[in-house]
Write a protein of this length. Structure first.
Length: 217
């Protein structure tokens, strides 16, 4: 019984984490100062295709799965299907939260834009805290970071920087080619790349032990 409760708690924490992560991404889109690296490719594809950000989030994560397969030189159907299901869920959350943030005041001044950007950094970090603390299957983007680290024998932090940098560069190129602007990439992208990890580190040190205790009690 205790084991079943623990599983339910982990799934709940995981889903709540994904929801907050998607909400943070949506708030950063509302701020219109550049989205976080993890969503930059999906947002660039949405801007250029006219399809929803959630739909392009699913497509982008499918591409991340394909890159994993290429780097690993093997295909695990079960792992890929689970990652794809999670990507579909996250993409659905993104479209849902994009609808919800429409009810917030518009970001029609620079002060409000920056306020939304700062809020998004903390909301994304809170989402990541729950998502990582649940210790369930990683989303394709995060799993790709691990694959890059293992494949090229580099530490996880450097692998994260590498995957973020590649995602942002590709997103910027897509926007420049099709929109003649940086589109999805801006000062908010750089700030997210720098501060989310630091905010997450502070949250982990302060709150993760309480989350783990709740999961195991």
């Amino acid at each position: 019984m205790k084991h079943h409760r623990s599983i339910i708690k982990r799934i709940t924490l995981y889903l709540v984490g994904l929801f907050f992560l998607s909400l943070g991404v949506s708030i950063s889109i509302l701020a219109d100062l550049g989205v976080s690296p993890v969503s930059s490719l999906a947002y660039a594809m949405a801007l250029t295709s006219g399809l929803s950000v959630g739909m392009m989030t699913i497509v982008a994560n499918l591409l991340f799965i394909v890159v994993q397969v290429i780097l690993n030189k093997r295909f695990n159907l079960r792992e890929s299907v689970i990652q794809l299901i999670i990507a579909i869920l996250f993409g659905s959350f993104v479209d849902m939260t994009l609808f919800l943030v429409r009810f917030l005041p518009p970001a029609d001044t620079l002060v409000i834009q920056w306020l939304y950007l700062i809020i998004s950094l903390f909301v994304i970090s809170i989402g990541l805290l729950g998502y990582f603390s649940a210790k369930l299957t990683l989303m394709p983007y995060d799993e790709l970071t691990h694959v890059i680290g293992e494949k090229f024998n580099i530490v996880l932090s450097k692998a994260k920087i590498t995957s973020d940098l590649l995602s942002v560069i590709i997103a910027a190129l897509i926007c420049i080619i099709f929109l003649q602007s940086f589109g999805a990439v801006g000062i908010g992208t750089l700030l997210a790349a720098y501060f989310v990890g630091r905010i997450l580190g502070w949250l982990i040190r302060r709150y993760q032990k309480h989350l783990i205790h709740w999961l195991t009690e």
